[in-house]
Design a protein around this ligand. Structure first.
Ligand code: BV8
Ligand code: ZN
Length: 254
């Protein structure tokens, strides 16, 4: 993919800005890349590795079954990293876009933020309608009695944490091989299927079914905007590709 020069991005950004203005409904799919400028390591970029493990090796029920303490050491380390960060201009731009699209109290479906991220930075940036497809690192759940609570303690202390009922507590995230939460998936699917503009920000587009939402939107006739400093498999579906960092590109769309 040819590196678009500054002028091409500006022209495309102008076209996207107009399309966002005109769109009846906007849906956005974000991945780890939108949090990169906040200092949260992405999964597949540099720094995505921890003690030479790949995320696919630790973010699974089998890994937790085999060594719950090791998996919790990874999550405790990530919680500690995320705890120190704050939302960046990209997160804030999406919260502002939502305010603009829903300002006239238009139907709340006018805007949907669909995220694969578990870091909670969209919440802290003030986004309201957030569909968390892969859960939330600040939620913990008992594997036995299902008791779920928000836990923002950093570090967690005794690992793995145990529930009052004596069973193991797990992170409230969706692991590989696990189904996505049904309600969030259905709402995300509907948002993609009814979107006029579908934005894809900071995702390598390799994890399904989340990445499949782009095709749902395209089949529904949505304009597809991909924002990423690198080329991704989703670029082939894009109406516009804005090559660059989301913290720089998204504020320029407002
Ligand atoms: C499911 C939560 C079915 C945990 C995550 C073989 C065996 C088993 C399963 C499969 C298989 N083949 C395919 C599958 C399906 C599997 C899958 O897709 N695997 C992939 C790896 C091939 N999917 C699943 O298992 C899903 N479940 O299919 O269930 C089912 C149905 C019914 C009943 C039973 C089962 C569940 C997937 C969810 C996994 N959980 N996370 C945790 O966080 O610990 S996925 C993980 O990857 C994160 O959620 C992350 O968000 C996600 C995707 O990664 P990205 O967000 O894209 O991040 P990445 O690092 O890859 O890319 C960052 C991008 O940002 C890059 O492009 C970079 O260029 C860009 N960037 C960098 N800087 C910036 C930037 N962009 C903008 N600005 C910048 N400044
Ligand atoms: Zn319990």
């Amino acid at each position: 993919m040819r590196k678009a020069g500054r002028s091409e991005v500006t022209d495309a950004a102008a076209a996207v800005r107009q399309a966002l203005e005109d769109a009846e409904s906007v849906a956005v799919l974000t991945g780890a890349g939108i949090s990169a400028e906040s200092g949260v390591p992405t999964f597949r970029g540099q720094g995505g590795l921890w003690r030479n493990f790949r995320p696919e090796e630790l973010a699974t029920p089998e890994a937790f079954e085999r060594d719950p303490r090791l998996v919790w050491e990874w999550y405790d380390w990530r919680r500690g990293r995320i705890h120190k960060t704050k939302p960046n201009a990209g997160h804030h731009a999406l919260a502002e876009l939502e305010r603009r699209k829903t300002r006239d109290g238009l139907k709340s479906e006018a805007f949907a933020l669909i995220t694969q991220n578990v870091d909670g930075l969209h919440d802290r940036a003030g986004s309201q309608r957030i569909l968390k497809l892969h859960g939330d690192i600040w939620l913990v759940r008992c594997v036995n009695c299902g008791a779920e609570e928000r836990n923002e303690q950093v570090p967690l202390g005794e690992l793995p944490p145990r529930c009052r009922c004596g069973s193991l507590i797990r992170p409230g995230v969706v692991w590989f091989g696990e189904p996505l939460p049904a309600a969030e998936w259905e709402q995300a699917f509907a948002a993609a299927a009814h979107s006029g503009i579908f934005m894809v920000v900071g995702t390598s587009g390799v994890v399904y079914p989340a990445a499949g939402l782009v095709e749902v939107a395209r089949h529904a006739g949505a304009g597809i905007v991909v924002t990423n400093p690198e080329a991704t498999p989703l670029d082939s579906h894009a109406t516009w590709v804005l090559r660059g960092a989301s913290g720089e590109i998204l504020p320029r769309l407002l």
